[in-house]
Design a protein around this ligand. Structure first.
Ligand code: NAP
Ligand code: ZN
Ligand code: ZN
Length: 351
């Protein structure tokens, strides 16, 4: 297999800053597409993975799974995209294609799914490296079309922050009149508000940060409930059909379960790990309520979301940074000081 050395930004250990590295990419095989990366969004998962928060990072780590770029080369068997097309890659770059989940367009639940970074590139027998890099080579099945009317930097976060909130909104059939709440106003949270609002739902934000109230209303929320304010929490007891919880760290979800209506579902997408304090069953039993989880979305569903964003003119609210500013961006993300997604202008890696 022919390989190329390219420039990337990543880290060699959990306690080191990200810096410029050289990585190997395969040359295109028959079904592959080579993409020159224009923009890459910065997800809180990038930070978790760089710092080994989940305990399974493989170094070096090159994060980035909200990728928008231009096709520069295609394999001879490629039919979906051509050189010059603007395309996108999200969190998945491979899966088995034969299991029940793959056949049902749920590649994200395939036991053999390959993440855009930290997965295993079977062609090179190396970890996969993400979008904080000059180029990426991906099988055409996992490469998405970008609607022509959308801003290319703003659309990048749709590939993770967007699809991670869209998939549960669709699965739990959110539509006109649904009562939806979002916990945490960061990258995922702000996309959840925009998408639930565009689906016709009545949207509430739960936040710890009163200073984000006006922003949330401008993004499409109908109200904001400050989660530390008992009176405000009491005012929404039994209210929501669906809650999307995007908080990245351990937190008490019991107060939110109390705000679900009968048959309501709280969907965890942020925190990965055991809950503490424990989940109390009484509010769940006394109202047939559910606590669920959800992982990104499949390829067809991500394409559906991109078309929806094109139709409704939805992109992320972003702050563009240079790759050299990534460590400061991570420090700000840890302080919940992101409005509401950092996107890296990858031209900065070429300078
Ligand atoms: P983010 O931009 O940093 O936003 C997280 C928000 O959660 C913050 O802005 C803050 O909102 C709130 N928050 C942060 N720390 C908190 C704490 N200790 N207690 C309570 N609230 C807190 O992060 P993101 O990129 O949206 O990602 C959110 C989480 O989703 C991360 O853990 C990420 O790894 C995960 N994720 C999961 C999937 C999936 O498929 N399931 C996909 C992508 C990302 P307020 O200031 O409003 O409180
Ligand atoms: Zn992500
Ligand atoms: Zn599969």
């Amino acid at each position: 297999m022919n390989v190329k050395q390219i420039k990337a930004f990543g880290t060699e250990a959990a306690d080191l800053d990200l810096k410029q590295l050289e990585i190997k990419r395969r040359e295109v095989t028959s079904k592959d597409i080579e993409i020159d990366i224009l923009y890459c969004g910065v997800c809180h998962s990038d930070l978790h993975f760089a710092r080994n928060d989940w305990g399974f990072s493989v170094y070096p780590v090159v994060p980035g799974h909200e990728i928008v770029g231009k096709v520069v080369k295609v394999g001879e068997g490629v039919t979906k995209h051509k050189v010059g097309d603007v395309v996108a890659v999200g969190c998945l770059v491979d899966s088995c294609r034969t299991c029940k989940n793959c056949k049902n367009d749920l590649e994200q639940y395939c036991p053999a799914w390959v993440g855009t970074y930290g997965g295993h590139d079977k062609h090179l027998d190396l970890p996969t490296f993400g979008g904080y890099s000059e180029t990426i080579v991906v099988d055409e099945h996992f490469v998405l079309k970008v609607p022509k009317n959308l801003d290319l930097a703003g659309v990048a976060p749709v590939l993770c922050a967007g699809i991670t909130t869209w998939s549960p909104l669709r699965h739990w059939k959110v539509g006109k009149g649904s009562k939806v709440a979002v916990v945490g106003l960061g990258g995922l949270g702000h996309m959840a508000i925009k998408l639930a609002d565009a689906l016709g739902a009545d949207v509430t934000l739960f936040s710890r940060s009163p200073n984000k109230t006006q922003n949330a209303l401008d993004l499409g929320a109908d109200r904001v409930v400050i989660s530390t304010n008992e009176e405000q929490m009491a005012s929404v007891q039994g209210h929501f059909d669906v809650i999307i919880d995007t908080v990245p760290y351990i937190h008490d979800i019991n107060p939110y379960v109390g705000t679900l209506s009968t048959n309501g579902t709280l969907v965890l997408v942020g925190y990965l790990g055991p809950l503490e304090p424990m989940l109390h069953t009484v509010p769940m039993i006394m109202g047939r309520k559910s606590v669920a989880g959800s992982l990104i979305g499949g390829i067809a569903e991500t394409q559906e979301l991109l078309e929806f964003c094109g139709k409704h003119g939805i992109v992320s609210d972003i702050e563009i940074i240079k790759i050299q500013d990534i460590n400061q961006a991570y420090a700000r993300m840890l302080k919940s000081d992101v409005h509401y997604r950092f996107v890296i202008d990858m031209a900065s890696l070429k300078t």
